[in-house]
Design a binder for this molecule. Sequence first.
Ligand code: HEM
Length: 491
Amino acid sequence: MQIFTSISCSKLVLADWRTKTCYNVLFHPLRAVPGPFLAKIFPQYMAPAMVGGHRAQSLLKLHDEYGPIIRIGPGEVSIGDYQLYRKIYSQNTTTKEDSFYKATTLLGHENLARFRNKAMHSARRKMMSQPFSQLAINENEALIAEMSERLVERIVTRSAASPTRTADIMPLCKLFSLEVICKAAFNKDISAQSIENAVTFLQAMEDTPRVLIMSSIFPFLRRWKRLGEYIPGLVGHAFRQSKLYEQFMRSLFRDFRHESKLDSTERFMCTPLLQSEDAYLGRRLSEDEAIEEAMGLAFAGSGTTSSTLVYLFYILSKPENRYMQLKLREELQGAGCKLAEVKDLPYLNAVIKETMRLYPTIISTLPRVLDVPLESDKIVVPAGTIVGMQNYVHHRSSSVYAEPNTFLPERWIGQPPSSDLEKAFTPFSLGSRNCIGQNLARAELLLAASLVFRQLDLRLNEAMTESDMDMEDRFAVSPKGMKLLLDVSEL
Ligand code: HEM
């Protein structure tokens, strides 16, 4: 009897699957959108590429094969045409896709990057925006300059300890951006106690996303987080690291609250989290809500800038790009060291832009749900569809960038903002959900890169291979080899 029931159930499931498949292939509103056949049937079509860390690269290949608008799941479409970027990332056209951004919350509260409710997002963004303004970043110039000097000193010290004067620059870049964000957000020198303290913090922060991924696969872990800490092995380790990260952030926040009473300036990112009223909520944030925001800022603000710096140092240290490093140094030697003196240097800006074009730190899809239909040529993508674009794809479009896979800073020189090159360049995204930290990020890149190349000559160590620097798509980019060995000479 039991066997017959199981057989009947299996038959029903199969029949249901067949009906769904038939609908998805023949009758679904996206049936006319080109794409691989299996993507019409399986929602997990892109999952193997995602797990393998090459989702963006796979999407580029699919766009090359099927065109600018492609179906990559029964209800999901990928867009590769930069001209649609502004429309897709406008608040009038789309809303953030829930299941993806849910993973960015650590304490179960909303944060700036996660909000789906547009009025709530707009109120929080307004409340938080002052310390991200160019004016506030200018006031924080000294702290970014100080951390840049530390970066140079550390590169020198590390390389001096090696017989070949070789240093792994990657952990030093990570430390640099962590120190900047901790100082700019909490007015705290995270390395003052000891470098080990900062490294422990960094490691805890880097391990935390694993918990977010596991909690999105097994949602019960989100509710019983403490349970995860007792699981043995790597899984439990990730949970313990996430707890440590939370403890670090709570202690940074409480110290800041204690000390901010003595400081009435509004240049630290945590000041509005403590003092301002969220107009949507009609009140200040609770401690946990504020810490949720602060944790999001530390995440968003550290790995992003450091991976951009890593790729910038890498690409200019390659033997074939030697002339670029020399050209940049020559430009820097003719200029002062202040932010105002380097911010408009043409070659420095061209190098930074070309690094962000070829190695965009947010390499992956920013998923949205269409609130209204999207019309383009002969294709209408209906409301409710998940759509997304990825910098990796349109930044490598051969119709916009000649020799798209080659690092050519010169391509940016003299380009007006209205040029296709500039319009297709979206490392910080566009619209009301663009990067709130871009002024800080630019200041970090300008000051750190200019100081390093003014004082140090960098050459790629011969132990480094091309594949060490292959970009893994983990939403943010991550070099596969997890190291950048450079031979360093002081100038
Ligand atoms: C090179 C460095 C950086 C790049 C390329 C970058 C890129 C981006 C991109 C593409 C987004 C949109 C994400 C989405 O729609 O899901 C974003 C959002 C965001 N970024 Fe950055 N970012 C950088 C540095 C920073 C820094 C230094 C901070 C500062 C703390 C920061 C804080 C944020 C926040 C809070 C959001 C969410 C904004 C919102 O939804 O209103 N980022 N960033």
